[in-house]
Design a protein around this ligand. Structure first.
Ligand code: AGP
Length: 607
């Protein structure tokens, strides 16, 4: 996620902007920039890399004269992390400057339209298209709010932006749609930012702007409008009591909890630009040139490996493509068995995991195509892959991976549908049903997460003294059982094993006793009867059972945890956060360091 800060007030703007961007650094970024108006000219400073690189460029004497401006830290989603693609972006006449967070889905169509008006572009970004759209409308007269409103009626996707004009020094316009933007009211100064920490040292009086709201502000005044109709909207100021740390976590106690609750938005962001709105067709331009694989070989570590194993079940079921899934540290040290028409898929949130990177290099050395599924643009695995799909989950700060896995599952789901459609195994109606269910999921999950958290907190109290746990699942939920066990292990330090439920009789059931509980994933599907038999075997040995299940399954267990029901494999998007929250609430109850668990690193860049 990019960071935005805009300031209009009585202080020198540049130090305020730099300080604001520094307070947003925790969100992760790969380039930065700022712009301000001084003596009827727009001054623009940008740098790839960290803020220090930007600060070394702020050498002009105007830097301390401007008392308003905009700043940005960029988390690349379109275009490489370099200075050309860094924000702010100017229109071609350098009258306007804009900083933007979000993804404009139809920016290529708009770029083509603007080129028809003679517009030219300097960058690969969707943001530059937005500022050129506004500039194009201004040529026909009218106010900046009118030009903004016109432009916003044309774009599709998510945005939070701040804009300045050399012809209106001291005034800033900002608007949002599906991307956070907060207004801060000071004394003789006003702010807009993506996140409260950016201006918390200056004011605690805020307005959380809502979708389709546009704010026009200068040092002394501000007005909020409906961004489409330009009707003024009355808004109430809220006083924030958070400290800076709490503000960085959006008021959540831990980054992990914040990132678990970000998952509904992550599902929306993963779909942005990938579902053609009218036809529901899946669009994955990143792999259009890649032939449909006869066989897919997935390589990953940890949580990403679990996502890959989940993908095996889905890909084989929907696209009828045989899938092998291997742990990278095992794959890299065995002889490579080559096979024609095989595609290798490396899955990695960080894109820097040493074993996965080494496995990728081994495959490339043998001349096989590698598709990367990564969250970090510009990461090593992203750069080394022949094709790369970015999960667009935004920076994941907590060591325990949560929203990244959610994004990996969404992309694997879309990839499976994409290849199934191209193999004519699914008709457009089937794809529309599946994509329609996925599209409906975020709102349902948003409602369910608070309920899940409460249930997780109650159940975790009962079992937090356990010395070991089984996590059981069948079919596509077996990988989620592995993931639930990993989450519990890595943040609560309780030993846990994920198992295919059918494996119990082949040894593990010897461990069952009243102090060795089992969390069973038992949705209402074709394998429910089998799971019920497994649970009876556990109960016969006085083992305690938590069942993550759905209405009507009629389970008689110690703790029944009912979650909503949806289409097929998409039930995973309710089960996964429940497992994450169970581990989270257990770890919090045990007083563990949830975001920085002992012995762990966010990215394992060494063997
Ligand atoms: C997951 O909670 C862990 N932090 C870890 O297993 C992680 O998934 C693994 O190290 C792989 O990381 P990557 O996705 O960045 O390659």
């Amino acid at each position: 996620m990019c960071g935005i800060i805009a300031y209009a007030g009585h202080r020198p703007a540049v130090p305020v902007l730099i300080q604001g961007l520094k307070s947003l650094e925790y969100r992760g970024y790969d380039s930065a920039g700022l712009a301000f108006v001084h003596r009827e000219s727009l001054h623009l400073f940008r740098a790839s890399g960290k803020l220090e690189a930007l600060e070394t460029k702020l050498d002009s004497d105007h830097v301390l004269h401007a008392t308003s401006g905009i700043g940005h830290t960029r988390w690349a989603t379109h275009g490489l992390p370099n200075e050309t693609n860094a924000h702010p972006h100017l229109d071609i006449n350098a009258h306007l400057a804009i900083v933007h967070n979000g993804i404009i889905e139809n920016f290529q169509d708009l770029k083509t339209m603007l080129a028809g008006f003679g517009c030219s572009f300097r960058s690969e970004t969707d943001t530059e298209v937005l500022v050129c759209l506004i500039s194009q409308r201004l040529k026909e007269g009218g106010s900046i709010p009118e030009a903004i409103s016109w432009a916003l009626n044309l774009i599709e996707g998510s945005y939070a932006f701040a804009l300045i004009s050399k012809n209106h020094p001291g005034t800033i316009w900002a608007a949002r749609q599906a991307s956070p933007l907060i207004f801060g009211q000071g004394t003789g100064e006003n702010f807009v930012a993506s996140d409260i920490p950016a201006f918390l040292p200056f004011t605690r009086d805020v307005i959380f702007l809502e979708d389709n709201e546009l704010v026009e502000m200068n040092s002394d005044q501000w007005t909020v409008y409906d961004a489409r109709t330009l009707e003024p909207i009355t808004k109430d100021i809220q006083a924030i009591s958070w400290d800076v740390q709490a503000a960085r976590k959006g008021g959540y106690k831990h980054y992990m909890l914040k990132e678990i609750f970000e998952q509904p938005q992550v599902i929306r962001d993963c779909m942005t630009g990938r579902i053609e709105r009218k036809t529901w067709n899946i669009q994955l331009p990143e792999i259009e040139s890649l032939p449909i694989p006869k066989r897919l070989h997935i390589i990953a570590c940890g949580t990403s490996f679990h996502a890959g194993l989940w993908g095996k079940y889905l890909m084989e079921n929907l696209a009828r493509i045989p899938v092998d899934v291997e742990i990278a540290s095992e794959f890299r040290y065995k002889p490579l068995v080559t096979e024609e028409d095989k595609v290798y898929l490396t899955i990695s949130q960080s894109g820097e995991t040493a074993d996965t990177l080494a496995a990728l290099a081994l495959v490339k050395k043998h001349g096989f195509p590698v598709l990367g599924l990564c969250n970090v643009v510009g990461s090593s695995i992203a750069r080394e892959s022949d094709h790369v799909i970015f999960t667009q989950a935004g920076p994941e700060i907590s060591v325990a991976s949560t929203k990244a896995m959610c994004s990996q599952l969404v992309l694997i789901f879309l990839l499976s549908l994409y290849w199934a459609r191209r193999k004519k195994l699914l008709d457009s109606q089937a794809v529309e049903n599946a994509v329609g269910s996925l599209t409906a999921l975020p709102d349902k999950l948003e409602l369910e997460l608070p309920v899940m958290r409460e249930r997780a907190a109650v159940i975790s109290r009962t079992y937090s003294a356990s010395r070991s746990f089984f996590f059981l699942g069948r079919g596509i939920y077996y990988p989620l059982a592995l993931e639930g066990a990993l989450k519990l292990k890595e943040i609560s330090y309780i030993h846990a094993e994920g198992y295919a439920a059918g494996e119990l009789k082949h040894g593990p059931i010897a461990l069952i006793d009243p102090d060795f509980p089992t969390l069973a994933i038992a949705p209402d599907d074709s394998l429910l009867g089998k799971i019920k038999s497994n649970l009876k075997e556990i109960q016969a040995r006085k083992g305690k059972i938590i069942a993550l299940t759905q209405d009507g399954t009629g389970l008689n267990v110690d703790d029944e945890w009912t979650i909503p029901k949806t289409w097929g494999a998409l039930n995973s998007f309710f089960i996964l956060p429940a497992l994450q929250l169970f581990a989270y609430e257990t770890a919090v109850y045990l007083g563990k360091d949830v975001d920085q668990p002992r012995n762990l690193a966010k990215s394992v860049t060494v063997e």
